[in-house]
Design a protein around this ligand. Sequence first.
Ligand code: IPE
Ligand code: IPE
Ligand code: MG
Length: 239
Amino acid sequence: MRIPKHLAIIMDGNGRWAEQRRLPRILGHRKGVESVQSVVDECLRHGIEYLTLFAFSSENWGRPRDEVSSLMELLGTFLKRELPHLNKRGIRLRAIGEIDRLPGDVGRTLRDIMQQTAGSRVMTLCLALSYGSRDELTRAARKIAQRVAAGDLEPEGIDEETISAHLDTAGLPDPDLLIRTSGESRISNFLLWQLAYSELIFSEVLWPDFSAEHLKQALVEYGQRQRRFGLTGAQLNSP
Ligand code: IPE
Ligand code: IPE
Ligand code: MG
């Protein structure tokens, strides 16, 4: 079976999972962490090299204060608890987004773990935190403009590689497959540039219910897709 080198997931539906059970939304987020753990394990089993998880968007800062602070607390606990497991399994942690906007202690823990796992090579786990694709592209444009203004780069020298290299995802391959859970068929400002040719799978399952089995099904579906990148099917089938 053809396996994606880079899988990206929009983990959606935690709030609805809790609301359906008349539970506070944060319990849905807490249950969602268990799905993260089982999906990471399943990705390792399949030899997926890069896993990017959309955990908190730039727009999510606008949610009720209680929910935001509970989410940040949950993130801090998750990071501290996961470190030994990441190291043991050879997982390198990366983050994309405006990390400086995270509460100080969470940002510090995140930086510590990224430093401590920088040499791990089995899989890269990339967390999108305070991430918005338009924000990322805007920051990239600013960095490129600064280089041009400094005389370090010619406007004619700007190509697609230049843009990719100034995004938070610099050095990561583009996702081969994007999965979004919870039945919503939208991108919600996630990796707009990087998803240009990704296969998209929208699952009805709410993230806290998303299991290793659901991931396996998505991988089977991905394996059956023909990625044409603008060419014809016949071109791809000819030797
Ligand atoms: C995804 O679940 C997690 C975050 C956005 C932080 P939601 O909290 O968006 O769950 P729904 O969409 O309200 O069900
Ligand atoms: C996208 O989910 C962000 C994350 C999963 C972290 P949202 O729940 O914020 O997206 P919308 O608001 O339904 O588009
Ligand atoms: Mg949602």
